[in-house]
Design a binder for this molecule. Structure first.
Ligand SMILES: [Fe+2]
Length: 386
């Protein structure tokens, strides 16, 4: 069966890529962007880089910066109102996954209308929305290349997955020089998110030969450089490799899907406001243990790509090393358990069955090598708590 690979029309990747923002816009016939970003990026002067480029090129623009957490229907609604108040012809998602996902969601509602929940899976949003230019400042969610956005429904606390070609940005500028100021915590969380993307894409039931190579290359980069990027924020090679790895992991999972970790992670984020990458990291070792025997050669390939063992080591032993490494990564990068994070045990256990339902409804667990029942998902939630 042919794999269908969708990527942005333009991908500028490397140090200084951001400096091409104005020419990319002009080349696409766009000239009136609304920049979607967060207040922190304004505070630390990051938006000034974008401002300097757009002002320098005489491109009129404005900014929506009310993004304080992961996107919600409320925030998307506010951004949409700002968009409709003037004649913007495109959106620039500037920041981590939240500004980029918000830009995608606004783009779909601007053209497709309706409420956000009308667009959640299983709906397919393939009709071109308002053009989105993505500029990530973390390495990262891979949102600059993916056909997904995640928006929390303010009324139900459900993290809704929005998918389709409309979610793929028209262009992405991927510049690792924007990541030197990212905190150690965010570096770890976003890097572990990327590693999860690569592993899940590779073991996914929707994996394909194109994404396999991209995912393995991503795993190699991310696993080799994540600890250095965490400890030495201005390490040029580590930052460059992490950005490239995150982008490749994004391409891989966008076209091969994520699986059980992401399915279970989103509800933890929605109920307990844990950063996306962090809730993935809390789950990755346990979900890998749960799934390993159902795709042993694939997980063993992951261990080999991450250079945890010699190529000739048998699958079972290689997977044992992978499981050890995932635990050790969490220790080295300060990933807490839900209990250590401060999540109330009674509340966590109370909502675990609902979280399992939301996880299954997202569709991601169906891509897992071992497809879990609701009871098995609840058991994994309980296992990772302590
Ligand atoms: Fe993710």
């Amino acid at each position: 069966m042919a794999a269908r690979i969708i990527t942005p029309r333009q991908l500028l990747i490397g140090g200084g890529a951001i400096r091409h923002l104005a020419e990319v816009l002009t080349g696409l016939g766009l000239g009136r962007p609304l920049v979607i970003t967060d207040p922190y990026l304004i505070e630390i002067g990051k938006l000034d880089i974008v401002a300097g480029i757009l002002d320098g090129a005489g491109i009129p623009w404005d900014v929506f910066s009310e993004i304080r957490e992961e996107p919600t229907t409320e925030i998307v609604g506010a951004a949409l109102a700002k968009l409709r108040a003037s004649d913007y012809d495109c959106l620039i998602g500037f920041g981590g996954g939240s500004p980029m996902d918000t830009a995608k969601a606004v783009s779909i509602l601007a053209r497709g209308g309706g409420r956000m929940r009308d667009h959640k899976v299983p709906a397919q949003n393939d009709e071109m929305g308002l053009p989105v230019i993505a500029v990530p400042t973390t390495a990262g969610t891979g949102a600059e290349v993916t056909r997904f956005a995640v928006v929390t429904d303010t009324e139900t606390d459900e993290k809704m997955v929005i998918t389709g070609e409309a979610c793929v940005p028209l262009a992405a500028l991927v510049d690792y020089e924007l990541t030197f100021t990212v905190s150690a915590r965010t570096t770890a969380d976003t890097g572990l998110d990327s590693l999860t993307h690569a592993i899940e894409a590779y073991v996914s039931r929707k994996s394909n030969p194109y994404c396999d190579n991209v995912a393995l290359a991503a795993m190699a980069r991310l696993s080799m450089h994540i600890r250095t990027a965490y400890r030495e924020p201005e390490h040029v090679e580590a930052r460059e490799q992490m950005m490239l790895g995150a982008n490749q992991a994004g391409t891989a999972f966008s076209n091969a899907s994520v699986a059980l970790v992401h399915g279970m992670s989103r509800p933890i984020g929605a109920f307990f406001h844990v950063a996306h990458g962090l809730s993935n990291a809390m789950l990755l070792p346990a979900v890998t243990r749960f799934s390993a025997q159902s795709a042993l050669p694939r997980y063993a390939d992951c261990a080999r790509a991450m250079e945890l063992c010699e190529a000739r080591l048998g699958d079972q032993a290689a997977v044992a090393l992978l499981l050890e490494e995932l635990d050790s990564l969490n220790r080295d990068l300060g990933v807490p358990s839900p209990r250590a994070y401060g999540i109330d045990e009674a509340r966590y256990l109370e909502v675990a069955p609902v979280m399992a339902e939301h996880a299954l409804a997202s569709g991601s667990p169906n891509n897992n090598p071992r497809v879990p029942s609701a009871e098995e998902i609840v058991a994994i939630y309980k296992e990772v708590y302590a």
